[in-house]
Write a protein that binds this ligand. Structure first.
Ligand code: BYC
Length: 312
């Protein structure tokens, strides 16, 4: 181990943050770029299934909350692309990778939002799963990523409550509304469990990422934690989680649950989910239509910097 590496390891050991100008192993830097950019892409692709319902929200109050939530996701994307840029990669490069279909984003956003209840289920389950994963990331060893996570988690809590409140309203409503809530739970439950990634046995990056203190908990541990928290929440709503094997295990102090359909998971990740093509096409269209905004911002920045040069 050379002197640089020793300092890096000592910082990790002492729970000090690694900052952009610190020396870091090339593989650590690449792992962070991979994870942070995938995370950023998930945030901005995640706006699409929910954006689909903004014009059809059932009341002004619901519309305002949903608009705020979707805007928050764009903000999360911005913090995360900025965090990735501190590692020496250009945001434009990362976006090109997304638009060319070369970059991953969370599998969950390749499922359709077919009813208003889906907005409730996404807030409750998808944001709930995201918080479970992201709370551990507030302690990630890379400073800019960990700090971005603190604010993101606070906003995600509002998102989760927004969703759960929709589910409560529907569950206490008419028979038809309750059926909508149950149908949304039936469709979003398993994809939400898949958000935590492959099982620990199949996870390629976990061991190294945990040694580097980027990840603090394993995919399976977080998934179990999510199931344990969600079951009483579903009971409170009077809804049934679509898993016949779900059962409290006194000995383990956790819920046992059924096997995830891993073929479906890998298939969605490979680009064959119900909405992969639609999501990418919508992203590419938004990017192309936003070109004039980027051009205007650049022209303004240039004009501003020329003015400063003249004044200096
Ligand atoms: N979907 O070795 P593994 C949100 C990939 S957005 C797609 O376990 P790792 C929200 C993985 O990338 C929430 N791909 O990987 C936004 C790897 O592929 P590569 C997004 C997945 O990185 C809007 C391969 O499978 N959250 O909350 O150690 C509205 C092997 O996996 C998935 C984050 O991104 C998946 N579900 O662990 C509402 C959190 N799972 O790169 C809500 C940050 C795995 O080798 N990310 N893969 O080609 C992480 O914490 C980790 O990257 C993961 C995976 C736990 C997701």
């Amino acid at each position: 181990m050379d002197a640089f590496e020793k300092v890096f390891e000592a910082k990790l050991e002492a729970e000090e943050k690694i900052e952009p100008k610190d020396w870091m192993p090339e593989k650590y830097r690449k792992t962070l770029i991979r994870q942070i950019s995938q995370h950023a892409h998930s945030e901005i692709v995640g706006m699409l299934p929910e954006g689909n319902w903004i014009t059809r929200a059932p009341s002004l109050r619901r519309k305002v909350a949903l608009l705020a939530k979707v805007q928050d996701e764009a903000g999360h994307g911005l913090y995360l692309y900025s965090a990735a840029e501190t590692l020496g990669v250009e945001r434009a490069t990362l976006l090109d990778q997304l638009h060319e279909g070369k970059a991953k984003y969370s599998s969950i956003f390749n499922y359709p939002t077919v009813s208003w209840a889906d907005i409730g289920a996404i807030g409750w389950l998808v944001d709930g799963a995201a918080i479970m994963n992201q709370v551990m990331l507030t302690r990630a060893s890379y400073g800019p990523y960990a700090r971005a996570m603190v604010r993101i988690c606070k906003e995600e809590s509002f998102h989760q409550r927004q969703g759960y409140e929709i589910m409560m309203t529907l569950s206490n409503g008419s028979e038809e509304q309750k059926a909508m809530a149950q149908d949304a739970l039936d469709r979003w439950w398993w994809p939400s469990l898949m958000m935590f990634g492959p099982s620990d046995k199949e996870s390629t990056h976990s061991a190294q990422s945990m040694a580097w203190k980027i990840k603090r908990k394993s995919n399976d541990d977080l998934r179990q934690q999510f199931v344990d928290v969600s079951v009483p929440q579903a009971e409170y709503l009077g809804l049934k989680i679509p898993d016949d094997k779900l059962k409290w295990n006194e000995e383990r102090g956790h819920y046992d649950f059924g096997e995830i359909d891993w073929d479906e998971f890998w298939n969605v990740i490979k680009g064959n989910g119900p909405c992969n093509e639609e999501r990418l096409a919508a992203r590419v269209k938004a990017h192309e239509e936003g070109e004039w905004v980027r051009d205007a911002a650049l022209a303004y920045a240039e004009k501003h910097s020329n003015k400063q040069k003249v004044e200096a």
